[in-house]
Design a protein around this ligand. Structure first.
Ligand code: RNT
Ligand code: ZN
Length: 428
């Protein structure tokens, strides 16, 4: 892969020096913020590159599950090699070391496909090698309980025992792959279970599917895997397309389940609640009682639309909570969106950089002054500090972070993406 030489400055700009002084005057250490930002990997979701299709068969597409990628922008990855080539550019344009989040439908069968309940680490060994060669921080994993003939009417909560068994086996196999990644790469892999089970119209019996799901999950998590290499997570949801009236794995269900087990992380997806609910507000509640949290940073527009993440107020609020509550150590940060209407690599890079920028903004909050104002009951000063913070020179600090990590600052990354589009994507 050849891309034009990056024009990175040899030393920090005068605007960075001025910004550092501005922040220092507010009691904020820019260097400390940059160190924390560099030490916080984002788990980049592989499924933005091919509209959640996977490569089980040629031309696999997302079906069911209540999720949807909309748009048909040209250049989608159609093979594992194409996806990896695209991801190499993505990781090159992201400052810092990051993770890749894989779904089971991205297995590399090398011409000998097996069904989902029979997947093994060997089907992901080329991903492992690639992760090492690309210098990733690690890999995360997900069983794919959708886009399959046996997922049409439910998975782990299905009334038919044989169908439940199939998905239990798939999830068990997925956990083994996740823990194998963790062991091989030396960083803890998160394996997240999400299922689409639910119903379009009002069900009569809401309890039985939940009882079956709880029983299936107990089977899925029965095998003890080393917490050093592996963390399980369960992801809740309020609704989906075709599951408007009832979702088996609701917020209360999985929060309760995670608490019951004690060693399972709870996954909060920013698109999975009523549009006026604040995901940020849930973090400090959940972490009072669960040991770990997985975030699916996403952007719902009117519904769980999975638009590209931006540094909007709800996203910034999520990262503010992580920093204010000192929760970064307990939280795995993943992205979950899929926009097929724009250049997919740009979607990946813009969204991930937006998440990082939101984290940086949170790290640069005048926290000690805000805390003191609140403790003193000076709510006018607190409000003034919030408002002043919005106009602080975040951009100069972000540019310096990019410079230190040899990554284009400003819009420079778009030049590389446009160039790759002409050379590679347009020819697919
Ligand atoms: C669906 C969930 C789930 C998926 C991915 C593909 O509503 O958010 O996390 O988006 O696993
Ligand atoms: Zn999600």
């Amino acid at each position: 892969m050849t891309t034009p030489a990056r024009k990175t400055r040899a030393s920090a700009s005068t605007s960075f020096t001025a910004a550092s002084e501005t922040f220092a005057a507010l009691g904020v250490s820019v260097e400390h913020a940059l160190t924390t930002l560099a030490a916080t990997p984002i788990s980049v979701h592989c499924w933005q590159g091919d509209d959640v299709g996977g490569f089980e068969k040629p031309d696999s597409t997302l079906s069911g599950g209540g999720i949807q990628a909309t748009g048909n922008y040209p250049g989608k990855a159609r093979t594992l090699d194409q996806l990896r080539g695209d991801l190499e550019l993505v990781f090159k344009l992201l400052p810092g070391k990051h993770r890749l989040n894989l779904h089971a439908i991205y297995a590399d069968f090398g011409g000998n496909p097996v069904d989902r309940n029979a997947i093994e680490p060997k089907h992901f060994s080329s991903w492992l090698d690639w992760a090492v060669a690309t210098g990733l921080h690690g890999l995360d994993f997900n069983p794919s309980n959708f886009s399959h003939p046996l997922a049409a009417e439910g998975t782990l909560s299905h009334p038919d025992k044989k169908i439940r068994e199939f998905w239990i086996e798939h999830c068990v196999a997925s956990r083994r792959i996740g823990s194998w990644f963790g062991k091989k790469l030396g960083t803890r892999t998160v394996t997240n279970v999400w299922i689409p089970d639910g119903s379009k119209d009002t069900p009569f019996d809401r309890a039985a599917p939940r009882a079956r799901l709880a029983e299936s999950l107990d089977r899925v998590f029965a095998e003890k895997l080393s917490p050093k290499h592996h963390l399980d997570a369960v992801e809740s949801k309020l609704f989906g397309i075709g599951a408007e009236s009832y979702t088996v794995g609701s917020h209360e269900f999985y929060l309760g389940y995670a608490l019951k087990r004690g060693n399972v992380a709870y996954c909060l997806d920013a698109g999975h609640f009523h549009p006026t609910e604040s995901l940020a507000d849930k973090i400090s509640s959940v972490l009072q009682f669960t040991p770990a949290l997985l975030l699916h940073v996403s952007r719902g527009v009117r519904w769980d639309s999975d638009h590209v993440v931006t540094a909007d107020d709800p996203t910034r609020a999520i990262f503010e909570e992580l920093v204010r509550g000192d929760y970064l150590g307990q939280t795995a940060i993943g992205l979950d969106y899929f926009d097929a209407s724009i250049n997919r690599i740009a979607a990946w890079v813009i969204g991930t950089r937006a998440a990082q920028k939101s984290l940086l903004a949170a790290l640069l909050e005048p926290a000690s002054k805000l805390r003191a104002a609140e403790a003193a009951g000076d709510h006018a000063l607190r409000l003034a500090l919030f408002e002043e913070s919005r106009a602080l020179p975040l951009g100069a600090v972000w540019d310096e972070f990019c410079r230190r990590h040899d990554t284009p600052a400003g819009l420079g990354f778009m030049d590389e993406i446009k160039n790759y589009e002409t050379r590679v994507l347009a020819k697919r």
